[in-house]
Design a protein around this ligand. Sequence first.
Ligand SMILES: NC(=O)c1ccc[n+]([C@@H]2O[C@H](COP(=O)([O-])OP(=O)(O)OC[C@H]3O[C@@H](n4cnc5c(N)ncnc54)[C@H](OP(=O)(O)O)[C@@H]3O)[C@@H](O)[C@H]2O)c1
Length: 321
Amino acid sequence: MSMLNQKIYVAGHRGMVGSAIVRNLAAQGYSNILTRTHAELDLTNQAAVQSFFEQEKPDQVYLAAAKVGGIHANNTFPAEFIYTNLTIQNNVIHQAFLNGVKKLLFLGSSCIYPKLSPQPMSEDELLSGKLEATNEPYAIAKIAGIKMCESYNRQYGLSHNVDYRSVMPTNLYGPGDNYHPENSHVIPALIRRFHEAKISNAPEVMIWGTGTPRREFLYVDDMAAASVFVMELDKQTYDSQTDPMQSHINVGSGSDITIAELAQAVKAAVGYQGNIHFDPSKPDGAPRKWMSSDRLNRLGWQAQVVLKEGLSRAYEAYLVG
Ligand SMILES: NC(=O)c1ccc[n+]([C@@H]2O[C@H](COP(=O)([O-])OP(=O)(O)OC[C@H]3O[C@@H](n4cnc5c(N)ncnc54)[C@H](OP(=O)(O)O)[C@@H]3O)[C@@H](O)[C@H]2O)c1
Protein backbone atom coordinates (compact mmCIF):
# COMPACT_ATOMS: atom_id res chain seq x y z
CA MET A 1 0.00 0.00 0.00
CA SER A 2 1.28 3.49 -0.85
CA MET A 3 2.03 5.63 2.20
CA LEU A 4 -0.52 8.16 0.95
CA ASN A 5 -3.34 5.59 1.10
CA GLN A 6 -2.64 4.61 4.69
CA LYS A 7 -5.58 5.12 7.02
CA ILE A 8 -4.42 7.74 9.51
CA TYR A 9 -6.42 8.54 12.61
CA VAL A 10 -5.82 12.03 13.97
CA ALA A 11 -7.25 12.15 17.51
CA GLY A 12 -8.16 15.72 18.51
CA HIS A 13 -8.47 16.99 14.90
CA ARG A 14 -10.53 20.03 15.94
CA GLY A 15 -7.83 21.23 18.32
CA MET A 16 -5.07 23.66 17.42
CA VAL A 17 -2.41 20.97 16.89
CA GLY A 18 -4.66 18.21 15.53
CA SER A 19 -6.15 20.53 12.90
CA ALA A 20 -2.64 21.60 11.82
CA ILE A 21 -1.62 17.93 11.50
CA VAL A 22 -4.68 17.27 9.31
CA ARG A 23 -3.75 20.33 7.15
CA ASN A 24 -0.21 19.05 6.78
CA LEU A 25 -1.21 15.48 5.90
CA ALA A 26 -3.83 16.66 3.41
CA ALA A 27 -1.33 19.03 1.76
CA GLN A 28 1.07 16.13 1.32
CA GLY A 29 -1.60 14.10 -0.45
CA TYR A 30 -2.67 11.72 2.32
CA SER A 31 -6.15 10.77 1.21
CA ASN A 32 -7.46 8.55 3.98
CA ILE A 33 -7.51 10.67 7.14
CA LEU A 34 -9.84 9.41 9.83
CA THR A 35 -11.34 11.79 12.39
CA ARG A 36 -14.01 11.81 15.10
CA THR A 37 -15.24 14.79 17.07
CA HIS A 38 -15.36 14.64 20.86
CA ALA A 39 -19.17 14.34 20.61
CA GLU A 40 -18.87 11.38 18.22
CA LEU A 41 -16.18 9.56 20.24
CA ASP A 42 -15.36 10.34 23.85
CA LEU A 43 -11.81 9.04 24.16
CA THR A 44 -12.23 8.51 27.92
CA ASN A 45 -14.86 5.87 27.13
CA GLN A 46 -12.91 2.63 26.90
CA ALA A 47 -15.68 0.58 25.28
CA ALA A 48 -16.32 3.26 22.65
CA VAL A 49 -12.60 3.55 21.83
CA GLN A 50 -12.35 -0.23 21.60
CA SER A 51 -15.23 -0.53 19.12
CA PHE A 52 -13.94 2.45 17.10
CA PHE A 53 -10.51 0.79 16.65
CA GLU A 54 -12.06 -2.62 15.95
CA GLN A 55 -14.25 -1.16 13.22
CA GLU A 56 -11.83 1.29 11.64
CA LYS A 57 -8.46 -0.51 11.99
CA PRO A 58 -6.31 2.55 11.25
CA ASP A 59 -2.71 2.09 10.08
CA GLN A 60 -1.31 5.07 12.00
CA VAL A 61 -2.41 7.27 14.91
CA TYR A 62 -1.54 10.87 15.81
CA LEU A 63 -2.61 11.36 19.43
CA ALA A 64 -3.29 15.11 19.69
CA ALA A 65 -6.42 14.86 21.87
CA ALA A 66 -5.92 15.96 25.44
CA LYS A 67 -7.41 18.08 28.17
CA VAL A 68 -5.27 21.22 28.09
CA GLY A 69 -5.43 24.49 29.99
CA GLY A 70 -3.54 27.29 31.67
CA ILE A 71 -2.29 27.67 35.25
CA HIS A 72 -5.72 28.55 36.61
CA ALA A 73 -7.45 25.53 35.06
CA ASN A 74 -4.62 23.18 36.11
CA ASN A 75 -4.81 24.48 39.70
CA THR A 76 -8.60 24.31 39.89
CA PHE A 77 -9.15 20.93 38.21
CA PRO A 78 -6.05 18.80 38.96
CA ALA A 79 -8.10 15.59 39.25
CA GLU A 80 -9.70 16.12 35.84
CA PHE A 81 -6.33 16.88 34.26
CA ILE A 82 -4.66 13.71 35.49
CA TYR A 83 -7.68 11.42 35.07
CA THR A 84 -8.74 12.60 31.62
CA ASN A 85 -5.28 12.63 30.10
CA LEU A 86 -4.21 9.28 31.51
CA THR A 87 -7.50 7.73 30.40
CA ILE A 88 -7.43 9.15 26.86
CA GLN A 89 -3.86 8.01 26.26
CA ASN A 90 -4.32 4.60 27.93
CA ASN A 91 -7.39 3.92 25.82
CA VAL A 92 -5.94 5.13 22.54
CA ILE A 93 -2.47 3.60 22.87
CA HIS A 94 -3.71 0.25 24.15
CA GLN A 95 -6.53 -0.10 21.61
CA ALA A 96 -4.14 0.97 18.84
CA PHE A 97 -1.85 -1.87 19.91
CA LEU A 98 -4.65 -4.44 20.18
CA ASN A 99 -5.89 -3.51 16.72
CA GLY A 100 -2.60 -3.75 14.88
CA VAL A 101 -1.50 -0.11 14.68
CA LYS A 102 2.24 -0.16 13.99
CA LYS A 103 2.93 3.57 14.12
CA LEU A 104 1.66 6.06 16.68
CA LEU A 105 2.80 9.56 17.64
CA PHE A 106 2.06 10.83 21.14
CA LEU A 107 2.04 14.57 21.80
CA GLY A 108 3.42 15.73 25.12
CA SER A 109 4.53 19.08 26.41
CA SER A 110 7.60 20.91 27.74
CA CYS A 111 6.07 20.80 31.25
CA ILE A 112 7.38 17.22 31.57
CA TYR A 113 10.75 18.71 32.51
CA PRO A 114 11.74 19.59 36.08
CA LYS A 115 11.14 23.15 37.23
CA LEU A 116 14.83 23.86 37.71
CA SER A 117 16.16 22.21 34.54
CA PRO A 118 19.28 23.76 33.02
CA GLN A 119 18.50 25.79 29.90
CA PRO A 120 18.04 24.84 27.13
CA MET A 121 16.21 21.75 28.39
CA SER A 122 17.37 18.60 26.67
CA GLU A 123 15.52 15.30 26.52
CA ASP A 124 17.71 13.74 29.21
CA GLU A 125 16.40 16.17 31.84
CA LEU A 126 13.25 14.02 32.03
CA LEU A 127 12.78 12.61 35.57
CA SER A 128 15.89 14.38 36.85
CA GLY A 129 14.07 16.57 39.42
CA LYS A 130 10.84 18.01 40.83
CA LEU A 131 8.16 19.26 38.46
CA GLU A 132 6.48 22.65 38.55
CA ALA A 133 3.73 22.16 41.17
CA THR A 134 0.89 23.90 39.31
CA ASN A 135 0.74 21.49 36.38
CA GLU A 136 2.27 18.41 38.01
CA PRO A 137 -0.83 16.17 37.46
CA TYR A 138 -0.91 17.09 33.74
CA ALA A 139 2.86 16.59 33.42
CA ILE A 140 2.71 13.21 35.17
CA ALA A 141 0.09 12.06 32.64
CA LYS A 142 2.31 13.22 29.77
CA ILE A 143 5.33 11.44 31.24
CA ALA A 144 3.21 8.29 31.59
CA GLY A 145 2.29 8.62 27.90
CA ILE A 146 5.95 8.71 26.86
CA LYS A 147 6.74 5.74 29.10
CA MET A 148 3.72 3.83 27.81
CA CYS A 149 4.90 4.23 24.21
CA GLU A 150 8.40 3.14 25.22
CA SER A 151 7.10 0.14 27.16
CA TYR A 152 4.98 -1.08 24.24
CA ASN A 153 8.00 -0.71 21.94
CA ARG A 154 10.18 -2.64 24.38
CA GLN A 155 7.70 -5.45 24.91
CA TYR A 156 6.07 -5.65 21.47
CA GLY A 157 8.53 -3.93 19.13
CA LEU A 158 10.09 -7.14 17.84
CA SER A 159 7.11 -9.45 18.16
CA HIS A 160 4.45 -7.07 16.76
CA ASN A 161 6.55 -4.51 14.91
CA VAL A 162 5.11 -1.58 16.91
CA ASP A 163 6.96 1.71 16.76
CA TYR A 164 5.34 4.34 19.00
CA ARG A 165 7.06 7.73 19.23
CA SER A 166 6.63 10.93 21.28
CA VAL A 167 7.19 14.61 20.54
CA MET A 168 7.36 17.41 23.13
CA PRO A 169 6.37 20.79 21.72
CA THR A 170 7.40 24.15 23.15
CA ASN A 171 4.75 26.94 23.41
CA LEU A 172 2.66 26.87 20.23
CA TYR A 173 0.59 29.57 18.57
CA GLY A 174 -1.35 30.02 15.34
CA PRO A 175 -4.74 29.27 13.79
CA GLY A 176 -7.13 27.48 16.13
CA ASP A 177 -5.57 28.96 19.27
CA ASN A 178 -7.64 29.71 22.37
CA TYR A 179 -8.31 33.48 22.67
CA HIS A 180 -10.33 33.30 25.87
CA PRO A 181 -9.89 36.63 27.76
CA GLU A 182 -8.91 35.03 31.09
CA ASN A 183 -7.61 31.61 30.16
CA SER A 184 -5.28 31.84 27.16
CA HIS A 185 -1.54 31.54 26.56
CA VAL A 186 0.65 34.61 26.15
CA ILE A 187 0.53 35.05 22.35
CA PRO A 188 -3.24 34.72 21.87
CA ALA A 189 -3.76 36.89 24.97
CA LEU A 190 -1.51 39.61 23.52
CA ILE A 191 -3.11 39.41 20.05
CA ARG A 192 -6.53 39.87 21.58
CA ARG A 193 -5.49 42.73 23.84
CA PHE A 194 -3.58 44.67 21.18
CA HIS A 195 -6.44 44.15 18.73
CA GLU A 196 -9.02 45.41 21.21
CA ALA A 197 -6.79 48.39 22.09
CA LYS A 198 -6.43 49.19 18.37
CA ILE A 199 -10.20 49.07 17.79
CA SER A 200 -10.97 51.22 20.86
CA ASN A 201 -8.01 53.62 20.27
CA ALA A 202 -6.73 52.89 23.78
CA PRO A 203 -3.51 54.86 24.45
CA GLU A 204 -1.70 51.99 26.15
CA VAL A 205 -1.69 48.25 26.75
CA MET A 206 -0.61 47.06 30.17
CA ILE A 207 1.34 43.79 30.43
CA TRP A 208 1.95 41.85 33.64
CA GLY A 209 5.51 41.60 34.98
CA THR A 210 8.79 43.18 33.97
CA GLY A 211 8.90 41.94 30.38
CA THR A 212 12.30 40.30 31.01
CA PRO A 213 11.41 36.56 31.18
CA ARG A 214 12.48 34.66 28.09
CA ARG A 215 10.16 32.22 26.29
CA GLU A 216 10.27 30.11 23.15
CA PHE A 217 7.45 29.96 20.60
CA LEU A 218 6.72 27.75 17.60
CA TYR A 219 4.12 28.28 14.87
CA VAL A 220 1.63 25.41 14.99
CA ASP A 221 2.07 24.44 11.31
CA ASP A 222 5.77 23.95 12.04
CA MET A 223 4.75 21.67 14.91
CA ALA A 224 2.53 19.69 12.55
CA ALA A 225 5.35 19.43 10.01
CA ALA A 226 7.73 18.21 12.72
CA SER A 227 5.15 15.65 13.90
CA VAL A 228 4.76 14.17 10.41
CA PHE A 229 8.54 14.30 9.94
CA VAL A 230 9.15 12.32 13.14
CA MET A 231 6.38 9.83 12.33
CA GLU A 232 7.86 9.19 8.88
CA LEU A 233 11.52 8.82 9.91
CA ASP A 234 12.82 5.37 9.13
CA LYS A 235 13.42 3.32 12.24
CA GLN A 236 17.17 3.13 11.87
CA THR A 237 17.50 6.93 11.71
CA TYR A 238 15.07 7.42 14.61
CA ASP A 239 16.91 4.83 16.70
CA SER A 240 20.24 6.52 15.95
CA GLN A 241 19.23 9.58 18.02
CA THR A 242 17.01 8.01 20.69
CA ASP A 243 17.20 5.30 23.35
CA PRO A 244 14.50 2.74 24.13
CA MET A 245 13.94 4.32 27.57
CA GLN A 246 14.58 7.91 26.53
CA SER A 247 12.90 8.18 23.18
CA HIS A 248 10.96 11.46 23.18
CA ILE A 249 11.93 14.33 20.90
CA ASN A 250 11.70 18.04 21.73
CA VAL A 251 10.19 20.32 19.10
CA GLY A 252 11.12 23.97 19.37
CA SER A 253 12.03 26.93 17.21
CA GLY A 254 15.64 26.93 18.41
CA SER A 255 15.58 30.39 19.99
CA ASP A 256 13.77 32.34 22.67
CA ILE A 257 12.89 36.00 23.16
CA THR A 258 11.91 38.26 26.05
CA ILE A 259 8.25 38.99 26.74
CA ALA A 260 9.04 42.66 26.00
CA GLU A 261 10.37 41.73 22.54
CA LEU A 262 7.36 39.50 21.98
CA ALA A 263 4.98 42.31 22.95
CA GLN A 264 6.66 44.63 20.40
CA ALA A 265 6.36 41.95 17.71
CA VAL A 266 2.65 41.34 18.42
CA LYS A 267 2.02 45.10 18.52
CA ALA A 268 3.59 45.40 15.06
CA ALA A 269 1.67 42.40 13.66
CA VAL A 270 -1.63 43.84 14.89
CA GLY A 271 -0.77 47.38 13.80
CA TYR A 272 -1.42 48.97 17.19
CA GLN A 273 -0.01 52.52 17.48
CA GLY A 274 -0.21 53.10 21.26
CA ASN A 275 2.26 52.38 24.06
CA ILE A 276 3.19 49.27 26.01
CA HIS A 277 3.35 49.56 29.79
CA PHE A 278 4.79 46.81 32.03
CA ASP A 279 3.51 46.28 35.56
CA PRO A 280 6.48 44.98 37.58
CA SER A 281 4.29 44.46 40.67
CA LYS A 282 2.78 41.41 38.92
CA PRO A 283 4.58 38.02 38.89
CA ASP A 284 7.03 37.15 36.12
CA GLY A 285 7.12 33.33 36.33
CA ALA A 286 10.30 31.41 35.51
CA PRO A 287 13.11 33.60 34.12
CA ARG A 288 13.64 31.33 31.15
CA LYS A 289 11.97 28.33 29.47
CA TRP A 290 13.77 27.14 26.41
CA MET A 291 13.98 23.67 24.91
CA SER A 292 16.96 22.12 23.21
CA SER A 293 15.91 20.98 19.74
CA ASP A 294 19.35 19.54 18.97
CA ARG A 295 18.06 15.98 18.74
CA LEU A 296 15.43 16.94 16.15
CA ASN A 297 17.90 19.15 14.28
CA ARG A 298 20.36 16.26 14.08
CA LEU A 299 17.57 14.13 12.61
CA GLY A 300 17.24 16.76 9.88
CA TRP A 301 14.34 19.06 10.84
CA GLN A 302 14.37 22.82 11.46
CA ALA A 303 11.51 25.27 12.10
CA GLN A 304 10.55 27.24 8.99
CA VAL A 305 8.15 29.99 10.09
CA VAL A 306 9.89 32.97 11.73
CA LEU A 307 8.01 34.74 14.53
CA LYS A 308 7.13 37.85 12.50
CA GLU A 309 5.54 35.79 9.73
CA GLY A 310 3.83 33.45 12.21
CA LEU A 311 2.32 36.35 14.17
CA SER A 312 0.85 37.97 11.07
CA ARG A 313 -0.64 34.64 9.98
CA ALA A 314 -2.01 34.10 13.51
CA TYR A 315 -3.54 37.60 13.52
CA GLU A 316 -5.17 36.99 10.12
CA ALA A 317 -6.68 33.75 11.47
CA TYR A 318 -7.87 35.61 14.61
CA LEU A 319 -9.65 38.21 12.45
CA VAL A 320 -11.39 35.53 10.40
CA GLY A 321 -12.49 33.96 13.70
N1 LIG B 1 -1.01 24.54 22.52
C1 LIG B 1 0.22 24.48 22.96
O1 LIG B 1 0.92 25.50 23.14
C2 LIG B 1 0.84 23.15 23.27
C3 LIG B 1 2.13 23.15 23.72
C4 LIG B 1 2.72 21.95 24.04
C5 LIG B 1 2.02 20.78 23.87
N2 LIG B 1 0.76 20.77 23.39
C6 LIG B 1 0.09 19.46 23.26
O2 LIG B 1 -0.53 19.27 22.02
C7 LIG B 1 -1.71 18.47 22.19
C8 LIG B 1 -2.88 19.19 21.56
O3 LIG B 1 -3.00 20.46 22.16
P1 LIG B 1 -3.89 21.62 21.51
O4 LIG B 1 -3.28 22.90 21.87
O5 LIG B 1 -4.20 21.29 20.10
O6 LIG B 1 -5.22 21.45 22.40
P2 LIG B 1 -6.74 21.78 22.02
O7 LIG B 1 -6.78 22.86 20.99
O8 LIG B 1 -7.48 21.96 23.28
O9 LIG B 1 -7.21 20.42 21.32
C9 LIG B 1 -7.39 19.23 22.05
C10 LIG B 1 -8.46 18.43 21.34
O10 LIG B 1 -8.68 17.21 22.08
C11 LIG B 1 -10.08 17.00 22.13
N3 LIG B 1 -10.45 16.22 23.32
C12 LIG B 1 -10.25 16.54 24.62
N4 LIG B 1 -10.78 15.60 25.41
C13 LIG B 1 -11.33 14.67 24.59
C14 LIG B 1 -12.05 13.46 24.81
N5 LIG B 1 -12.30 13.02 26.05
N6 LIG B 1 -12.49 12.78 23.74
C15 LIG B 1 -12.27 13.22 22.48
N7 LIG B 1 -11.58 14.35 22.21
C16 LIG B 1 -11.14 15.06 23.25
C17 LIG B 1 -10.67 18.38 22.22
O11 LIG B 1 -12.02 18.36 21.84
P3 LIG B 1 -13.07 19.30 22.64
O12 LIG B 1 -12.52 20.69 22.52
O13 LIG B 1 -14.35 19.08 21.93
O14 LIG B 1 -13.05 18.80 24.06
C18 LIG B 1 -9.79 19.15 21.24
O15 LIG B 1 -10.28 19.07 19.93
C19 LIG B 1 -1.87 18.25 23.69
O16 LIG B 1 -1.38 16.98 24.02
C20 LIG B 1 -1.00 19.31 24.31
O17 LIG B 1 -0.44 18.87 25.51
C21 LIG B 1 0.15 21.94 23.08
